[in-house]
Write a protein that binds this ligand. Structure first.
Ligand code: NDP
Length: 442
């Protein structure tokens, strides 16, 4: 690490204490940009890095709501408007009890680079709340969403800031949020993406992050003249990204043997086929149940609960070719990364945001495996959100073939941008140079 990065990081930590995930995300980017900064001293003197780590605006607000017992509940809402240099702020909303300022700042920071890579005109933002939708009734989720939007609506707009979904925010939540926005502002407009089809949503948006991640992994494999056909794949999570990652892997001839949630994981050595995946979609999206039920239904699968005290995740200690972490940040630590490599995994496509710790990433880089960092590999979701915005502006709907085709082209061009940036800066094996090309060419 250069003296510049060391000084920069110690100042950043002093100025933004107790924001560990934000520090981690910034350090990863700054280190990968060292060569760029060396070749472009004008960026240093114009304080580009100092500017880009400082959000343009941070909004934090109270969200009071009434639960089904008539009790008042109070949550905290956030929106980080990180950077609008190339378009309106764009990025998801996360509802999860772990949400805090540092987590949302890391997500908003990464979003800036990711959105830029899509080549669509979108700035970066992120938001959410420490509200936990798990175990809440539809009525409670609706009341929370209405209260959340009652405040958020004054800060967003189709040309200002366009939120979408993330962990804990899917079609149901986007519907409640959009309804409240429309009611207060008296306008039907593309202010949120991830909407349902019959009121302004885009075909392929639910599938986009997972499909895009698999397209990106296929591009990486293509550099070795290989495909996903016959590959054994580990997928974590069982939400939106995990579901459609699994679907696309199956379509391309791969075999998915794991899925998880925060309570544990299932290992199905025979593979999750279309019928089993349909069961998971219903379990998670309709019945909102736990992944343990998969092993009750399919006896060939083994369910392992997480104790919460593990030093490594047993899901990453299974023989396979590819891994698609699709749950949450820092779900692969250094031990997990080493286990993956020892078990033969040589392709990692990050569906989740920053799922690998700093030390874990170093192991992937040292081993020279095909490593697709989240900022590139999971950009398909926001890319199709950008396409949803375009369709809303034109008041037109494209077919699923049209959207999927555009998604493929975008993922292909992101991969090419990564490879050419890595080549230009003399580090051909590492995709960590992803932010470089955009940062240096814009
Ligand atoms: P969902 O809420 O649909 O699913 C999240 C999944 O991850 C669930 O299975 C959940 O289990 C599990 N999970 C969440 N938090 C934890 C945790 N702390 N420990 C263990 N498991 C956890 O979210 P998405 O699928 O939309 O998002 C998954 C990841 O992908 C996130 O990192 C998100 O930022 C990223 N992403 C999402 C995009 C999108 O378009 N949705 C776009 C780009 C990135 P449980 O139900 O038990 O909590």
């Amino acid at each position: 690490m250069s003296d510049y990065v060391k000084t920069f990081m110690s100042e950043l930590k002093a100025k933004n204490p107790a924001e560990a995930e934000f520090h981690q995300a910034v350090q990863e980017v700054i280190e990968s940009l060292e060569l760029v900064l060396e070749r472009h001293p004008e960026y240093r003197s114009a304080k580009i890095i100092e500017r880009i780590v400082e959000p343009e605006r941070v909004i934090m607000f109270r969200v009071p709501w009434l639960d089904d017992e008539g009790e008042v509940q109070v949550n905290r809402g956030f929106r980080i408007e990180m950077n609008s240099a190339i378009g309106p702020y764009k990025g998801g909303l996360r509802f999860h009890p772990s949400v805090n300022l540092g987590i949302l700042k890391f997500l908003a920071f990464e979003q800036v680079f990711k959105n830029s890579l899509t080549t669509l005109p979108m700035g970066g933002g992120k938001g959410g709340s420490d509200f936990d939708p798990k175990g809440k009734t539809d009525n409670e989720v609706m009341k929370f969403c209405q209260s959340f939007m009652t405040e958020l609506q004054r800060h967003i707009g189709p040309n200002t800031d366009v939120p979408a979904g993330d962990i804990g925010v899917g079609g149901r939540e986007i519907g409640f949020l959009f309804g409240q926005y429309k009611r207060i502002r008296n306008e039907f407009t593309g202010v949120l993406t991830g909407k349902s089809l019959n009121w302004g949503g885009s075909l392929i948006r639910p599938e986009a992050t997972g499909y895009g991640c698999v397209y990106f992994a296929s591009e990486m494999l293509r550099t070795r003249r290989e495909t996903l056909d016959g590959k054994i794949c580990l997928v974590s999570g069982s939400g939106n990204v995990a579901q459609y990652t699994t679907q696309k892997i199956l379509e391309l001839g791969g075999k998915v043997v794991t899925l998880s949630d925060s309570a544990g994981f299932i290992y199905d050595e025979k593979g999750i086929d279309d019928d089993k995946l349909a069961f998971v979609l219903n379990l998670k999206n309709v019945r909102r149940g736990r992944i343990a039920e998969y092993a009750d239904k399919y006896k060939e699968a083994v369910y392992t609960p997480f104790s919460g005290t593990e030093t490594s995740n047993p899901l990453w200690n299974i023989k396979a070719d590819c891994a698609f972490p699709s749950a949450t940040q820092n779900e692969i630590n250094a031990i997990d990364a080493q286990n993956l490599v020892n078990n033969g995994v040589y392709v990692v496509g990050e569906g989740a945001n920053m799922p690998t710790t700093y030390d874990g990433v170093q192991i992937f880089l040292q081993k020279g495996i095909l490593y697709g960092p989240g900022k590139a590999a999971n950009a398909g979701g926001v890319a199709v959100s950008g396409l949803e915005m375009a369709q809303n502006s034109m008041r037109l709907n494209w077919t699923s073939e049209e959207v999927d085709n555009r998604l493929r082209i975008i993922m292909h061009s992101i991969h090419s941008a990564c490879v050419s940036a890595a080549d230009r800066f003399g580090t051909p094996v590492t995709m960590l140079m992803v932010p470089t090309l955009q940062a240096s060419s814009r």
